[in-house]
Design a protein around this ligand. Sequence first.
Ligand code: GLV
Length: 310
Amino acid sequence: MAVLLSTKAAAMEMWRDALLALDPTLEIRLFPDAGEPADIEAAVVWTAHDMAELRRYPNLRLIVSMGAGVDHLFRPPGPPPGIPVARLVDRMLTSQMGEWVLLNVLRFHRQDLEYRALQRDRTWLELPAPVTAERRIGILGLGELGTHAAGLLRGLGFPVMGWTRRPRALDGVEGFHGDAGLPAMAARSDILVCLLPLTAATRGIVNARLLGLLPRGAFLINGARGGHVVDADLLAALDSGQVAGAALDVFEPEPLPPGRPYWSHARVVMTPHAASITIPASAAPQVVENIHRARAGQPLLNLVDFAAGY
Ligand code: GLV
């Protein structure tokens, strides 16, 4: 039996080596060289892989999606029905995202956009001191990523709030949930951080209404998916001063076309979906473990919940 591997060309061999280092008996086939379709028992694939293609393998019993986000799996036609799909929950993915959120919270909190502009103008000007205990941070989504970021921010002394679909208690984080909780948290978020899964319910959640509820001059940080933000609404909020700055790692589409306004907007800081990049050696153990579990008919790790949408 064999494992089909399909990801960005640059990462393919690193992934193969990381899997083989853990289990040298694995037979790994690099897509598109799948060989005999009946040999394939597991497919380890990322977003560019065509889900319809996976229907070619009659003995497939496990699909591993090589990232934290799973929204691509919900686009038609979706993975072959009845085959379990696992995602990656990886300490390094989580900690990299935590660093990126901290970087941007501190950038906005410490008035870095203003100081950079002043430096460009050769202007020596001290701005009012920012007060950490008064900079309220609202995090949309308290999954693996949101929970970790909340802990880091609390550790620095920021007041942290979190919004979730269902009630979720997290030590030291003021919780908000459901439709009523969202405007309540937004109204108090000086910095709003989006780390939600992208689902039908969260697409476009950062829209004119939500942005309009933020305290004037608030900041937005989006490390989740481009589809969470209504771009025209964010640009309007930036231009009116309602939102004083945005740090964006994710876009629709990706790569973001060169003509889009974010590229040159003075109040937007962009990274090219690079906030958190999967490191094969770190993520491979759970993949090999899941392959072994699938063979043994044991419960799988990090399964995607298709009913919940993430
Ligand atoms: C990256 O965006 C991921 O979902 O892992």
